[in-house]
Write a protein that binds this ligand. Structure first.
Ligand code: PLP
Length: 457
């Protein structure tokens, strides 16, 4: 073992020698070529905006393949990947169990638009091991799941307004592309062109972790609030850990006002543990949405609630929601294979311990060097923030200017074979496929990159 690795294993990150310089840029010729082509076909050359590398250095990397914790780009560069397709790949890339199940099921055809036994199988895996849902409905994306959950809450309560929080992302449906207006409790303003003002008027946007704002909103919009939607642990705009007491207050307030509490667990579901953030906090949301991990890398979303609430969904009830490819057999197969692995004894304990050790080691290094860096983490989610604040719980706690440092770090990391999502507002994910050796290599690369960032400050 390398001397430097030995030191890291011993927890003496302060003794790591200071890195002496930035690395030359990796070759991106093939990626650049593909990107030029893609720009002819897609706005910005991509099919989802955050892939465009707008806030980091260089052209986007076109990925050719993934295996375990690694991805390879079109130029043959190899990376240890902490993006994991933005969360779904908790077992790593191309997991043999998932691949085998998908390949097996695929032999029988791709889609029928009629029920299959596979839907029952995945549903049973989920419902038997999750206290928060009695009945569920599969969709094809997280956006769809959340959009449907909002409609269900409105249909169930007969009310129109919803409350969301600044710093939470819930997909790109109209009601949720809304940001805070000015003032503590206001109607939202659309955060995208093309969303009617009238829609934004039905969404109230509040700051996170703010009891007063919640109280005021419920006073002002008494008997009008169908639901409050919050990410189980907000992880789309940094990692904004909420206080337990705040979430309990929120739950009680919803109960008192007969508004539904929706936990959007598209990231946190099956990530923090099989039962997500609801179990982490010991809360009981009325409706829960899932996505990402549930599909094992294929497009699956889901929403669920008590049988009583779900009885309002068509064809049982009056809330319409449908999908040509919902419950697609191949996607179900991937979900079944992945969730089966997650249910094995000790899975989360091992993963979360590994990720905690990784994040804590990064923090010890930054602290020993006096770098203005905080590594926030929970379960296998981590977020490297360029700040000296001990807590970041609201969107406006994040300094936009700190993203310049992220940009420098991102470039250094790519040049050292580490792939993070191309935005400083995005969290990273440790998967079960990250072995101790690769995590040590990744640490070393992050240490060196931070040295470069702070020497050039
Ligand atoms: C990713 C995400 C969504 C949207 O899911 P898509 O599958 O991208 O449509 C919604 N909510 C949260 C919390 C997410 O992280």
């Amino acid at each position: 073992m390398l001397e430097s690795l030995k030191k890291m294993f011993s927890g003496n990150e302060g003794e790591v020698p200071v890195n002496t310089g930035s690395k030359p840029d990796i070759s991106r010729e093939k990626s650049a070529e593909l990107y030029e082509k893609a720009k002819n076909y897609f706005p910005g050359g991509v099919n989802s905006p955050v892939r465009a590398f707008k806030s980091v250095h260089g052209t986007p990397l076109f990925i050719q393949k993934g295996d375990g914790c690694f991805v390879w780009d079109a130029d043959g560069n190899q990376f240890i990947d902490f993006c994991g397709s933005w969360g779904p790949l908790i077992l790593g890339h191309n997991h043999p169990k998932v691949r085998e199940k998908v390949t097996e099921v695929m032999q029988n055809g791709m889609s029928f638009g009629a029920p299959t036994a596979l839907e029952n199988e995945l549903a049973e895996l989920i419902i038997k091991n999750n206290r928060f849902v009695e009945k569920i409905r599969f969709t094809s994306s997280g956006t769809e799941a959340v959009m449907s959950a909002i409609r269900l809450a409105r249909g169930f309560t007969g009310r129109d307004k919803i409350i969301k929080f600044d710093g939470c992302y819930h997909g790109h449906s109209d009601s949720l592309l809304v940001k805070a207006g000015s003032g503590l409790v206001t109607f939202g303003e659309t955060s995208s062109a093309g969303v009617p003002k009238a829609f934004a008027q039905e969404t109230i946007v509040l700051p996170l972790n703010d009891v007063e704002a919640l109280k005021q909103a419920f006073e002002q919009f008494k008997d009008e609030v169908a639901a409050v939607i919050i990410e189980g642990i907000p992880a789309n705009n940094g990692l904004l850990m909420q206080d337990q007491a705040y979430l309990e207050f929120l739950q009680n307030l919803c109960k008192a006002h007969k508004s539904l509490l929706i936990f959007d667990e598209v990231i946190t579901g099956f990530r923090l543990g099989f039962e997500g953030a609801a179990a982490h906090y010991g809360l009981k949301p009325d409706i829960v949405t899932y996505g990402k991990i549930i599909g094992g890398g294929l497009p699956v979303g889901m929403y669920g609630a008590s049988a009583e609430i779900m009885a309002h969904i068509s064809p049982d009830g009056g809330v319409y929601q449908a999908g040509t490819l919902s419950g697609n057999p191949i996607a179900m197969a991937a979900g079944i294979a992945q969730l089966t692995e997650l249910l094995k004894s000790g899975f989360y304990k091992e993963l979360n311990n590994k990720a905690t050790e990784f994040a804590e080691s990064l923090q010890r290094f930054a602290t020993a060097r006096n770098y203005k860096v905080k590594v926030f983490h929970v379960g296998s989610i981590f977020w490297i923030a360029f700040t000296d604040k001990d807590k970041i719980q609201r969107a406006d706690d994040i300094e936009h200017s700190s993203m310049e440092k992220f940009k420098m770090m991102h470039r250094e990391l790519l040049n050292r074979g580490i792939y993070l999502g191309p935005s400083g507002y995005e969290v990273g994910f440790v998967s079960a496929a990250h072995t101790k050796i690769e995590l040590e290599k990744a640490k070393r690369a992050i240490f060196d990159s931070l040295d470069v960032v702070f020497r050039n400050k």
